[in-house]
Design a protein around this ligand. Structure first.
Ligand code: NAP
Length: 405
């Protein structure tokens, strides 16, 4: 196949050729529709930004229903190896095959490739209907830990042999006080996984000149998991970024509340309070680093503040590779109807271009999507909420975006 591989250096930086090979997974349900639309927009942006000097060579990976039909496997070892080998890839949503012994293809991909940071930028696109009075003040990036916390899946049903054994150990050996026959879940959180997540959030803040990184936690109640996340977060800031970061105390004690140019303020907030603050004072928050469960809640809550999941992009990033993806599911009732909104996957493609260092192409996508929606050219989901909008099909929306470049 034409094109060259993207490679990664030991310091994490990328070598991106002008003709990179990028693997893609079309996805199930609405996947083929939104992928086609997204590919058109991404290619259009690259062309508009660089003419013939740069071009992506797309390489399809058969995963999900297509993989099962054509190769008898939902998620093959070769597909996983390709995502790792080619460093950057993009995917549509995948159906979780019910009763086929696979928990979730998406979770499997994240775990097998150790994609430990789930990154979700949340930014308002005018005039998408929002429940906020000033949604334009929302401009945050969430870094959610992807590998541990209650998602480690260590859970025992009430009354089972396992839960009774664990309860007996906790009562008899450690003196814990437990209700009779309780279901029991375990919440492991480690320094190594928390620190690498917070480090990636701080690195992002430094690279993008973001003013702050907020550590979100419920450490007042769960001191040795969530509280430790907070401690480890401050520690890694001092260990790896002593020159580029300062704490809120240092900000006030030394700089009278005004951070010097180029310094990222590291602060922490208890999770329930942070949910209030992102609603009431969203402009005080920029990058948010959080454990897995907090991140799950916060990602969707913030997406709702700017108009919902249909337009929110996402990526799962690890040390060896990154997979960019739409944040919604396969919406099977709309499969093949050329109807749904492709913006989530299109904006995930823009994130991918930015991650590759193709900033000009990233900006083309963002500007063109904004202009298109501003003109009221939108798919059914937004049209039903916007006065005077012109409802278009999925493919027509993509064509309209490209025409704005
Ligand atoms: P879903 O596919 O996200 O769809 C739920 C509803 O959200 C749709 O009926 C539609 O609402 C709206 N919606 C979703 N995507 C949209 C788009 N692009 N444009 C406009 N509206 C959109 O959630 P689900 O029905 O719970 O899940 C279906 C399957 O997707 C499951 O197999 C699940 O496991 C999988 N899933 C995959 C991923 C992933 O691959 N990352 C994530 C989540 C779920 P209206 O009906 O109101 O129009």
């Amino acid at each position: 196949m034409q094109g060259q591989k993207i490679t990664k250096n030991s310091d994490g930086s990328l070598n991106v050729p002008n003709d990179p090979i990028i693997p893609y997974i079309e996805g199930d349900g609405i996947g083929p529709d939104i992928w086609k639309a997204s590919q058109l927009v991404i290619d259009g942006a690259v062309k508009a930004a660089y003419g013939d000097a740069r071009k992506i060579h797309w390489m399809e990976l058969l995963v999900g229903e297509k993989g099962f039909e054509k190769k008898g496997e939902w998620l093959s070892r070769e597909a996983l190896a390709a995502m790792e080998e080619y460093v950057v890839s993009i995917k549509g949503p995948l159906t979780t095959p019910v009763g086929k012994g696979i928990r979730s293809l998406n979770v499997s991909i994240r775990q097998k490739l150790d994609l430990y940071a789930c990154v979700r930028p949340v930014r308002y696109i005018d005039p998408v209907p929002s429940p906020m009075k000033t949604p334009e003040k929302v401009n945050m990036v969430i870094f959610r830990e992807n590998t541990e916390d209650v998602y480690a899946g260590i859970e025992y049903e009430a009354g089972s042999v396992e839960s009774e054994k664990v309860a007996a150990f906790l009562k008899n050996e450690l003196g814990a006080d437990l209700p009779e026959h309780a279901g029991i879940g375990i919440k492991p959180m480690s320094a190594v996984n928390s620190k690498r997540l917070v480090a990636s959030a701080i690195r992002h803040a430094i690279d993008n000149k973001a003013p702050s990184v907020t550590l979100m936690h419920k450490g007042n109640i769960m001191k040795f998991t969530e509280g430790a996340f907070r401690t480890w977060g401050y520690e890694v800031a001092k260990e790896l970024f002593p020159e580029q970061t300062l704490t809120e105390d240092e900000l006030w004690d030394t700089y009278d509340g005004k951070a010097p140019e180029g310094k990222v303020v590291i602060k922490d907030r208890i999770s329930d309070m942070l949910f209030q603050q992102v609603l009431l004072r969203p402009d005080e928050y920029s990058v948010i680093a959080c454990p897995n469960l907090n991140g799950d809640y916060m990602s969707d809550a913030l997406a709702a503040q700017v108009g919902g999941l249909g337009i929110a992009p996402g990526a799962n990033i690890g040390d060896t590779c990154a997979v960019f993806e739409a944040t919604h599911g396969t919406a099977p009732k709309y499969a093949g109807l050329d109807k749904v909104n492709p913006t989530s996957l299109i904006l995930s493609g823009a994130m991918m271009l930015e991650y590759m260092g193709w900033k000009e192409a990233h900006d083309k996508v963002i500007e063109a999507v904004q202009k298109t929606i501003k003109k009221g050219v939108v798919t059914y989901d937004l049209a039903r909420q916007m006065d005077g909008a012109r409802e278009v099909k999925c493919s027509e929306f993509a064509a309209a975006v490209v025409s704005e470049m």
